[in-house]
Design a protein around this ligand. Sequence first.
Ligand code: GDP
Ligand code: IMO
Ligand code: MG
Length: 428
Amino acid sequence: MSTYVVVGLQYGDEGKGKITDVLSAKSDYVVRFQGGDNAGHTVYVGDNKFVLQLLPSGVLQCRGKCFLANGVVVNPKSFLKEIQQIEDKGMKTDHVFISRRAHVIMPYHILLDTYREEEQGGTQIGTTKKGIGPCYEDKISRVGIRMVDLLNPEILREKIEKNLKLKNALFSKYFDKPEMDVEEIYNEFLELGEKLKDRIVDTELEINEAIKEGKNILFEGAQALMLDIDFGTYPYVTSSSPSTGGVCTGAGVPPTSLQNLIGVAKAYCTRVGNGPFPTELDDELGENIRKIGGEFGAVTGRPRRTGWLDLVSLKHACMINGINNLVITKLDVMTGLGKLKIATHYRTEDGKIIDYFTSSTTKLYNYEPIYEELEGWDEDITTVRSYDELPATAKKYIEFIEKYLGINVYLVSVGPERSQNIIRKELF
Ligand code: GDP
Ligand code: IMO
Ligand code: MG
């Protein structure tokens, strides 16, 4: 009985949802600790496809409870919509709860996100326009509305009034857009609070109690380290800490309670939205990988940029997260691609060869990846379930990653379905 953290090591969409779903079967709790409905986690159960944005991917088969902890930003309308979708498929959702401390994404956050992106033209971040950034800004500015506020009419009205004063000035005077109505938002969110009241709890109390009792607790990350507000490619990042460190503040648990730190990476690399991507393949091969891998955003439908695996950034991500177990997903997508490349170093503008990730995002655009070339394979690996049955070249590919990072790959995913895994070591 232990704690497990699943985080993304690249630019998101590594397949965290699928891995969480697999691990949640043995979990007593599955806890989201950051992000909001900017996430898109696709899980296949047989031919049934589920896209989870706000709910933990554990909702499908966790035997215990699913929490959106304090570090998550919650759009109550998205929450209820997702709950409905799950219930429509005949599943129960009475095990899903939200922290009283979690911040609420308000309609003005979504508009602000949208207007800002529109205004920036070609230099926009390429956000999901879900209001994530503006909601976290209000949290840090100490004017945010928390889930618990939805249950207190007086405080709710007061906070909406205070927030709209400034936001409406910004909308009308700066963006030349219509102002928002206090009364309308107040009534809508009071009603949402009423609908959600039985699900709003002190998640941190129960999680800590569960840790003491030795239950299995799985913390599910959204986004990924390269989109981390501190350690990603700032400013082309999200507004939270999708790292293992984010679990402590985002769920209210001590660092000493975190044990199995599971990092998920694709066998190649993708990015959606703007920002540097050193190993990007802006060519036919990149297009091919996009097609084979089905690389289109689960939330926005945007085509994902594709490229070779980048061990320089992966090493950075493993270091910050303290990863002690790696998962490599989508190895099947590499089948039949011919020779495979893996970036091990970067060549800087002035010809220096480095193997660490830079804090200078602008410089990164001019860094040239230095690749190691490995033999590929043509065999279908989607039905392989034991590591020994993989083609020798596929094993070499995995072992190259392990050796470079000094971390064991404990699970190799070879298809989107729940059962398409090669598990080398049982963690539970
Ligand atoms: P997440 O955001 O990290 O949960 O990842 P997404 O769900 O956004 O994107 C991963 C996509 O790859 C989803 O469509 C998954 O169904 C799919 N997927 C996950 N693992 C594998 C795998 O091993 N092979 C293949 N072909 N697809 C996978
Ligand atoms: P999952 O959990 C991939 C990207 C956006 C944009 C940047 C900021 O499915 O891996 P935001 O709306 O968060 O302010 O956007 O982050 N982004 C993601 N990219 N997967 C995600 O989540 C993402 N969530 C945000 O495209 O570049
Ligand atoms: Mg995703």
